[in-house]
Design a protein around this ligand. Structure first.
Ligand code: AMP
Ligand code: ZN
Length: 440
């Protein structure tokens, strides 16, 4: 909106548990976008923390731990885990609990403008007051009304009206407001935080596909009504969903892979590259092969630069090839960008002239800085000294656990450990003298 500047808002985590690799996808792909934008613009990037949410309240009841203890723990874990994946901290990390005044003010404004109404301690957004409602998710409000469930909360004028504020019982977190003690709904949290830090209209709003409806549709309706029709976001970017072995990742199916666990045994760059290996908009199916192939790709990149001493001034002067920037500027085509990166590695492997080799290696490091890869020393990479690389003692401990499972007749558990090791490029062989392993 303003020359030379970009504002970007990304819906961040709800902090009641560890992030799984699906949750890491928006953080990683939009980190790449932030890195790209920072080359040419003054970027202000906000990624919020949702620390007011009924799931957090439920986790507090379940564990008997205070809410602040739960949220502080998982905010730290989220930032540590994303850091391990090379995600740079955003410029602003607003927390919902620090913005309740702004939410109350925005809700007050919506009531004043006739877009919201109070009923039994609740405040509801009147969806029919927004002619554009449904335009983001391409839903027809009339169809939504026709398809609405018959059972409607008695305080709602219409089934599709959304909650801006709801009352809290004494044991639940609550804040004083003109409508009594209560707490905000999820959607108004982001509307208020975006307004406070980025203004009425933001350039880019990002998040996962699942957020298009209702979360982003509602954020947009609330914000544009509060701002007399000013556009909320000029561009919307939504990442595709990550599935696991063709199945939706869900706790109830037991196929949730936590970043927190994965980074203990796999270098963060391997996970990052795996997440960037598909175009951000496309679905991404995660399997043992996804990590294996990312690992092989990084071996190729590190293999190309290994043993080449690049003087600091040459490195500082090198830039990313135009073709890689062009790929990223084309709707963040990260697979195409990676193919340019591999092209450089190939050229470097073929080069014989020492100066050219240094130039190409310097260019590869520049690509690495932009993509968030190649940040380790190549010798350390191949020696397995990179943080996250599984150590021999951990491998042996896993083998022992597998053999114990086998001895106990729990073959499913034994196979699961073999698969876990396989995903880390460790193959094992059972022999007469016990089990041996090697990195493949
Ligand atoms: P949550 O903590 O559930 O609010 O989610 C944080 C972010 O992760 C949101 O932008 C979601 O859209 C995104 N997300 C959740 N699950 C997945 C998944 N399986 N694949 C890709 N993105 C996801
Ligand atoms: Zn949001």
């Amino acid at each position: 909106m303003n020359d030379g500047e970009v504002t970007m808002y990304l819906c961040g985590p709800t902090v009641y548990n560890f992030a799984h690799i699906g949750n890491a996808r928006p953080a990683v792909v939009f980190d790449l976008l932030a890195r790209l934008l920072r080359r040419s613009y003054k970027l202000t990037f906000a990624r919020n923390i949702t620390d007011i949410d009924d799931k957090i309240n439920a986790a507090s009841v379940e564990t008997g731990k205070p809410i602040e203890e739960i949220t502080a723990r998982f905010i730290k874990a989220y930032n540590d885990d994303m850091g391990a994946l090379g995600v740079c901290p955003p410029d602003i990390e607003p927390r919902a609990t620090h913005h309740v005044d702004e939410m109350v003010a925005m809700i007050g404004k919506l009531i004043e403008k006739g877009s919201a109404y109070e009923a039994e301690g609740h405040v509801l957004f009147d969806v029919s007051s927004n002619a554009d409602y449904g335009s983001l998710s391409k839903r027809d409000l009339r169809e939504m009304i026709a398809g609405a469930r018959v059972e409607v909360a008695p305080y709602k004028k219409a089934a599709q009206d959304l909650v801006l504020w709801k009352p809290s019982t004494p044991e639940l977190p609550g804040w004083d407001s003109p409508w009594g003690r209560g707490r905000p709904g999820w959607h108004i949290e982001c509307s208020a935080m975006a307004e406070k830090h980025l203004g009425e209209t933001i350039d880019i709003h990002a998040g996962g596909r699942d957020l298009v409806f209702p979360h982003h549709e509602n954020e947009m309706a609330q914000s544009s009504c509060a701002h007399d029709g000013a556009p909320f976001a000029r561009y919307w970017l939504h990442n595709g969903f990550l599935s696991m072995d063709q199945t939706k990742m869900s706790k109830s199916l037991g196929n949730v892979l936590l970043v927190h666990d994965l980074v203990k045994t796999v270098p963060g760059e391997v996970i990052r590259l795996a997440l960037l290996s598909a175009h951000y908009k496309q679905p991404l199916d995660w399997s043992a092969e996804t990590l294996e192939s990312a690992r092989r790709m990084l071996d190729r990149l590190y293999g190309a630069v290994q043993g080449i001493d690049v003087p600091l001034d040459v490195r500082a002067a090198a830039d990313v090839p135009e073709a890689l920037i062009a790929a990223l500027e084309d709707d963040l085509n990260s697979p195409k960008a990676m193919s340019v990166f591999f092209g450089l590695a190939k050229d470097l492997n073929k080069a014989t002239d020492a100066t050219i080799k240094i130039q190409l290696a310097a260019q590869m490091y520049a690509c690495g800085d932009l993509m968030g890869l190649l940040s380790s020393d190549a010798d350390a990479w191949f020696a397995g000294h990179v943080e996250g690389e599984i150590s021999p003692s951990k491998i042996e401990a896993l083998i022992e656990k597998r053999n114990a499972a086998k001895a106990a007749g729990d073959y499913a558990a034994a196979d699961a450990i073999r698969d876990e090791l396989k995903a880390l490029n460790i193959s094992i062989q059972d022999g007469r003298d016990g089990t041996t392993w090697r990195r493949s």
